[in-house]
Design a binder for this molecule. Structure first.
Ligand code: NUP
Length: 225
């Protein structure tokens, strides 16, 4: 069994969402912003485009978070998590609506590899609160805490919800927040609301100068300290 020794440390407060679909761009953008981000989040677009072996190529630069929003029965969840952590990912994003047994299996498998689990509590897009009502999101966040997850995913597009979800989980769990930039959320407002990291994708990887764009977000967060 391979053990993943990557630790998340909050230096800049930025996680890059790397939704490019080819290796050349993936490496180019990651190399450019590696000093500016604490982790790189990859998901279906990049992994389906290049294969899971992209993890070993990118993990030289930063810890890798696999955003597969795992949402299955415990046995299937375990098989998915094993592949992700064996490939060298430091963390995985899973859904919480699947319930306590599925979540427990993800956390157990992650722990076997020294990896971490983030649970989606509420999604950031406009329709994201259609089923994830305030009460459901809070219940999912509470379940994430009870299950021993490392953190939750909460919407930067609704900082007030980040604040409410922070109140549910307390200080021990981490919050990572997508929705900054292209989806309209503000990095400063999200961190002020209680997020530990903002997740930024298109506004960095589509920029003519990804490094300069990441620097802007970094200094926006630094001003809060
Ligand atoms: O609620 C969520 N919203 C969201 O945007 C949960 C996510 N995991 N994401 C992901 O964050 C999304 O799939 C994308 O990879 C990233 C946001 O990217 P962008 O909107 O900054 O381009």
């Amino acid at each position: 069994m391979t053990t993943n020794h990557f630790e998340f440390q909050r230096k800049t407060g930025i996680i890059l969402a790397l939704d490019v679909t080819d290796e050349e761009n993936a490496i180019r953008v990651t190399e450019a912003v590696a000093d500016m981000v604490d982790a790189v989040k990859i998901g279906y677009p990049l992994v389906l485009g290049t294969g899971l072996q992209i993890v070993s190529k990118l993990s030289r630069y930063a810890p890798i978070i696999a955003d597969f929003k795992v949402a299955d029965i415990p046995n299937t969840d375990r098989l998915i998590c094993e592949h992700v952590f064996k490939a060298g990912c430091a963390a995985i994003i899973v859904q919480g609506f699947t319930g306590p047994d599925s979540l427990a299996e993800c956390v157990k498998t992650a722990n076997e590899f020294g990896g971490k689990v983030f649970v989606v509590s509420e999604m950031s897009h406009p329709g994201g609160d259609y089923f994830f009502t305030d009460e459901i999101s809070k219940e999912i966040a509470a379940l994430a805490k009870k299950s021993g997850a490392f953190g939750i995913v909460a919407p930067a597009t609704r900082p007030e919800r980040v604040k409410e979800l922070r109140a549910v989980i307390g200080a021990d769990l981490k919050i990572i927040s997508p929705g900054v930039g292209a989806q309209g959320g503000s990095a400063a407002d999200t961190i002020k609301a209680g997020a530990d990291w903002v997740i930024v994708g298109r506004s960095i990887y589509n920029a003519a100068d990804p490094k300069a764009e990441a620097e802007k977000v970094k200094s926006e967060i630094e001003k809060l300290i």
